[in-house]
Ligand binder design. Structure first.
Ligand SMILES: *Cc1c(COP(=O)(O)O)cnc(C)c1O
Length: 424
């Protein structure tokens, strides 16, 4: 009886972060957005931030803006992300996309661990990460190999299975801290020590964890990390990504792309490359100033809410979602695709159903008068529901699951085709 609309409303009223929702631009108040783990919502302050960047910094100040803040913008934003990632100032830098950063850091690690030729990842990882590693194996040569640890339950990976294939030939282990489909969260500290004990380097992809779970890069003694800023960080579509290199490793590693922004003094215009000191050496070309502008505002929201408060709400909401699913949805063919223990998951929940694709289509396009709900679909049968505690309410979750129940109980999904769209 507890899972009623009144109870959801009560939980919202008691929510200490409830006012943050008003800091976002909500074009359609009836729309339920559960995809902030794929593309975060637009904070209302971003448009003003960008207009000032365009009209004042670019329009009026023109090229003088490079000396009035632009040159260090990516380091400054990196320092703010460091606060969320559990790293120090000077250890995080905005640059390129996640895929490109992964390439640069994995390449640097392989060079540093020359003589060791094995890379390890898992079969739950984001495909782009696996492609980058496959490309590196091709580039480094025949003696290199990529070994993929298989998940036994399709949801989690046992530390012991990883440990079993770590050996003195392993150069690099590359994993997503929070897995994109199941939301499984690796124990970062435990895995990092296992990898380092074997003499290898650990590279974490934080794309689905940054801004969703408190960062622990320094407490885990992580070597390297990358992550994106358009998911929980609300940086906008294609916002630049970040990379992290632990401070004592920065002088030891080398970027494979020797661009002028990674040079010691780009404006000396010397013809012989010298890597910059510190994390700057992992930059390549001119940073996308306008594309970084939203983050100056968006990160303030996360930092002022506080990562621990966000995590508390997120865990409570993912637990609420799963309990409600257990009571109302499992009897209709749904099952959980996410670890039951909140410590072992990030901030999204995956519900699996044989008709997942058409259920998603029905949620997004309910027909006249229906409530629009935006989750996303991940092959083969996963409906991913992203919880973004800055703006997700308990009522959103309650209504979404109620609608999912109706869609399946009344077979409303049958009105939709099973043919996949280009972007799901
Ligand atoms: C979203 C995501 C990416 C995205 O990479 P881009 O280069 O920014 O397109 C990479 N890895 C993981 C784990 C992700 O979740």
């Amino acid at each position: 009886m507890k899972y009623t609309e009144e109870y959801a409303r009560e939980l919202d009223q008691q929510d200490p972060l409830k006012d943050y929702r008003t800091k976002f631009y909500i074009a359609d108040p009836t729309l339920i957005y559960l995809d902030g783990n794929s593309l975060g919502r637009l904070p209302s302050g971003v448009a003003g931030q960008m207009m000032s960047e365009i009209n004042t910094a670019w329009g009026e100040r023109l090229i003088r803006s490079w000396n009035e803040g632009w040159y260090d913008e990516n380091a400054r934003i990196g320092d703010q992300i460091a606060l969320l990632a559990g790293a120090e100032k000077g250890e995080v830098m905005m640059s390129d996309s996640t895929s490109v950063n992964l390439y640069k850091l994995a390449h640097a690690a392989l060079k540093f661990k020359k003589g060791r030729t094995k890379i390890i990842t898992d079969n739950l990882n984001f495909p782009s990460d696996v492609y980058i590693l496959q490309g590196l194996v091709r580039e480094f040569g025949d003696d290199y190999s990529l070994q993929i640890v298989e998940s036994k339950d399709g949801m989690t990976v046992n530390s012991t299975d990883l440990e079993a294939i770590l050996d003195e030939n392993t150069a690099l282990v590359c994993l997503s801290h929070v897995v994109f489909k199941s939301a499984f969260r690796y124990p970062m500290k435990e895995i990092t020590s296992l990898v380092q004990d074997a003499g290898a380097m650990m590279l974490w992809d934080l794309s689905h964890s940054i801004g969703a779970v408190p960062g622990e890069l320094n407490t885990a003694n992580a070597d390297l990390a990358v992550g994106c800023s358009y998911k929980y960080l609300n940086g906008g579509p294609g916002a630049p990504a970040f990379l992290y290199v632990r401070s004592d490793l920065q002088e030891k590693l080398e970027s494979p792309i020797w661009g002028w922004f990674g040079e010691k003094d780009p404006f000396e215009f010397l013809l012989d490359y010298r890597p910059a000191k510190g994390i700057r050496r992992f930059l390549a070309g001119t940073p996308p100033i306008l594309s970084m502008a939203p983050l100056k505002h968006s990160l303030e929201l996360l930092l002022s809410a506080g990562m621990n408060n966000l995590r508390l709400k997120s865990s409570a909401q993912t637990s609420y979602l799963l309990k409600l699913a257990q009571e109302e949805l499992f009897e209709l063919g749904f099952q959980s695709g996410t670890p039951a223990d909140p410590d072992k998951r990030g901030s999204h929940v995956t519900l699996r159903h044989p008709e997942a694709y058409r259920i998603c289509k029905s949620m997004i396009d309910p027909g006249i008068g229906g409530q629009v709900i935006i989750p996303d679909f991940r092959e083969a049968d996963n409906i991913r529901l992203g919880i973004t505690p800055l703006y997700t309410s308990y009522m959103d979750i309650f209504k979404a699951e109620k609608q999912m129940k109706t869609i399946v109980a009344e077979k409303l999904y049958e009105q939709h085709s099973d043919k996949r769209d280009a972007v799901t």
